[in-house]
Design a protein around this ligand. Structure first.
Ligand code: HPA
Length: 266
């Protein structure tokens, strides 16, 4: 039995065999959403291969159970490229999701906005992304499956469902392009100006490798940013991880309403 099959067997043993209908990966300051799920929480430390999720503001456990009457698998924290230099650090988590029979995934993150109409405390649905980190989680993958098409990587049906859930909740959910910078330093104002010229609407340090891996593994995915600040140089406000963690709960409350509505509607 492969290591991944072992992992799925371990999770089924503890949380039951029914496939999750939706997977969720929670970003910085958003990990508490895992607490809303009625189910079994398994610390990443019990799941060999899963990241240690060493960034404060993350909640390193997998919770499988019911949210709004639907079976979900929620990863309370993620590993970032900047923690280890490995862009594929979330691959075991995504493979686990696939092995559990889950076919849909929603990724969340904290991000800086480049658009005056998308303010801190608001949400942005990713319509597409730009990878600006100079790496790819599939480097080293030997199979031809590595040549993953990235057109409609952000699943149109899932995005439509999210927009309809947001509208029903009265939550603004503009769409925009997310630009992945490696971090961990924040961007310079010149980099933010460059990202604007390139067509980005928000910047962040995660999510893009997971979208690539999800498409590689055949999972349909969409991603939502919780805007915690304006990009460097676009406002007088100082940018810091503390600020990200302090601001994330504002958007997280809206995100939770949208996700709950999505589950009730689907
Ligand atoms: N840049 C990159 N990542 C972020 C930001 C930002 O401004 N805000 C929250 N995560």
């Amino acid at each position: 039995m492969s290591r991944n099959a072992d992992l799925a067997a371990l999770v089924r043993d503890r949380a039951g065999a029914e496939p999750p209908e939706l997977g969720l990966i929670l970003g910085s300051g958003l990990g508490h959403l895992a607490g809303a799920v009625e189910g079994v929480a398994i610390p990443y430390a019990d799941l060999p291969g899963l990241p240690h999720a060493g960034v404060s503001g993350h909640n390193p456990q997998l919770v499988i159970g019911q949210l709004e009457g639907r079976r979900v698998a929620v990863f309370g924290g993620r590993a970032h490229y900047y923690e280890s230099g490995r862009a594929d650090a979330m691959r075991p988590a995504l493979e686990l999701l696939r092995d559990l029979g889950c076919e849909r995934l929603i990724l969340t993150n904290a991000a800086g906005s480049l658009r005056p109409d998308i303010r801190p405390g608001g949400l942005m649905l990713l319509s597409d992304h730009i990878s600006f980190a100079g790496t790819n989680p599939l480097i080293g993958e030997a199979s031809d499956a590595r040549f993953v098409p990235m057109t409609d990587a952000h699943d149109p049906d899932l995005r439509t469902a999210l927009k309809s859930a947001a509208a029903a909740e009265g939550v603004a959910l503009p769409e925009g392009v997310y630009c992945w910078f490696s971090g961990p330093s924040f961007e310079t104002p010149a980099e933010i100006r460059a990202a604007c010229i390139l067509g980005a609407d928000a910047v962040g340090m995660s999510t893009v490798p997971e979208v690539i891996l999800a498409r590689f593994l055949g999972l349909r995915c969409a991603a939502v940013s919780v805007i915690t600040n304006m990009g460097a140089g676009l406002s007088a406000e100082a940018i810091s991880h503390e600020h990200t963690k302090a601001m994330a709960p504002l958007g997280a409350a809206k995100l939770e309403r949208v996700l709950r509505r999505l589950l009730r509607q689907s």
